[in-house]
Ligand binder design. Structure first.
Ligand code: TYM
Length: 334
């Protein structure tokens, strides 16, 4: 039998997850479990690249883990763990730092955006973040990395670093490819539909949190920015607001875009927005119920975290050890 390929991805436990995280990443993660050996990580070391309140970060790490399980990730089949529980991530980051160029990191658009928002005293961690992300992916010898469009550049950099390492020191890492779902690779803000929907947006009407209740979801969709044409047609360039809603409806119902356009060919924006809101709310209701069940049993969450971290550690350590040897780092048996 052919060996299954490996899918790896991660999410930061900062703020609540949005519909963008769900449709751009998590929903694909769940579907990939059928055909791939999957590794999913709550990336808490990534979260501290910007200032965090310790008690909040601890709480969100548990919540994020529970949310991953609630989406349908099976902790007995897939590897689902917390990044800081596997120290190999930090160590490989250092080894890869010594094979990464300043120029490469300076070109990352997410760094440019985030550092601009931070103003002064930008942390080295924020600059170095793509190298930590590369270490995550490479430790597990991933073939594909299911992410939203905003992470494509980071996955490409990871591939470049891996290729350089392999060419210089000998084959050590598998070269990964970014993977996108059919729809949802970029879910946009409901208020500024040419911008990515983001949990760090100050305007709460711009994003749907996975924990929003039905009334809030419907209200936010009702207020979504559209245009004055009253035609439900997919045209991201000229009709970004309506196209974003069509994309969201497609992710919520698994219907194709032409099918949606004909379903609503005689409808107005009000009816369409209500249909989008209702379908999203139905989907999230089931997810929220499971989330609260998982979160109410902290003992079980800790058991699953520990079991998965142990498995992750042994896989990660194998790759780390290989990389150390290639670089001439001695390993004395203790
Ligand atoms: P993060 O936590 O910002 O987002 C998690 C995933 O959600 C996707 N996403 C979106 N997709 C579509 N539309 C949107 N509006 C939207 N917003 C977010 C992101 O593309 C991502 O796939 N650095 C990563 C986490 C990470 C990682 C990794 C990912 C750490 N190590 C290794 C892959 C592999 C991040 O900050 O994602």
């Amino acid at each position: 039998m052919e060996k299954r390929k490996i899918a790896y991805s991660a999410i930061q436990p900062s703020g609540t997850f949005t519909l963008g995280n769900y449709y751009g990443a998590l929903k694909n993660w769940v579907n990939l479990q059928k055909d791939f050996n999957c590794c999913f990580c709550v990336a808490n070391l990534h979260a501290i690249t910007v200032p965090q309140v310790a008690s909040e970060l601890r709480k969100r790490t548990f919540e994020s883990y529970a949310l991953l399980l609630a989406t349908g990730i099976d902790p007995n089949e897939s590897l689902v763990y917390v990044q800081s529980e596997v120290p190999a991530h930090s160590e490989l980051t250092w080894l890869l730092n010594c094979c990464t160029y300043m120029g490469e990191l300076s070109r990352m658009t997410q760094y440019k955006d985030k550092s601009q928002r931070q103003g002064k005293n930008i942390r080295v961690g924020l600059f170095d973040y793509p190298v930590l992300m590369a270490a995550d992916i490479l430790l597990y010898q991933a073939n594909i990395v299911p992410v939203g469009a905003d992470q494509k550049q980071h996955v490409e950099l990871c591939r470049d670093i891996a290729e350089r390492f392999n060419n210089t020191y000998g084959k050590t890492f598998t070269l990964p490819e970014p993977y996108f779902g059919v729809s949802g690779r970029k879910i946009n803000s409901l208020q500024e539909p040419t911008k990515k929907m983001s949990k760090s947006d100050e305007n709460q009407n711009s994003y749907i949190s996975l924990l929003d209740n039905k009334d809030t979801i419907i209200r936010k969709f009702k207020r979504a920015v559209t245009d004055s044409e009253a035609i439900i047609q997919y045209d991201p360039e000229n009709k970004p607001g309506v196209s974003n809603l069509i994309e969201i409806y497609s992710c919520a119902t698994d219907k194709k875009i032409p099918e949606i356009e004909s379903e609503f060919s005689n409808a107005g924006y009000g009816d369409f927005k209500l249909a989008v809101g209702e379908n999203v709310a139905i989907q999230l209701e089931t997810l929220q119920k499971k989330f609260h069940e998982y979160l109410s049993d902290k003992g079980e969450l800790e058991r699953l975290m520990k079991m998965n971290a142990q498995k992750a550690e042994s896989i990660a350590y194998r790759t780390l050890s290989k990389a150390r040897k290639r670089l001439g780092i001695i390993e004395i048996k203790k």
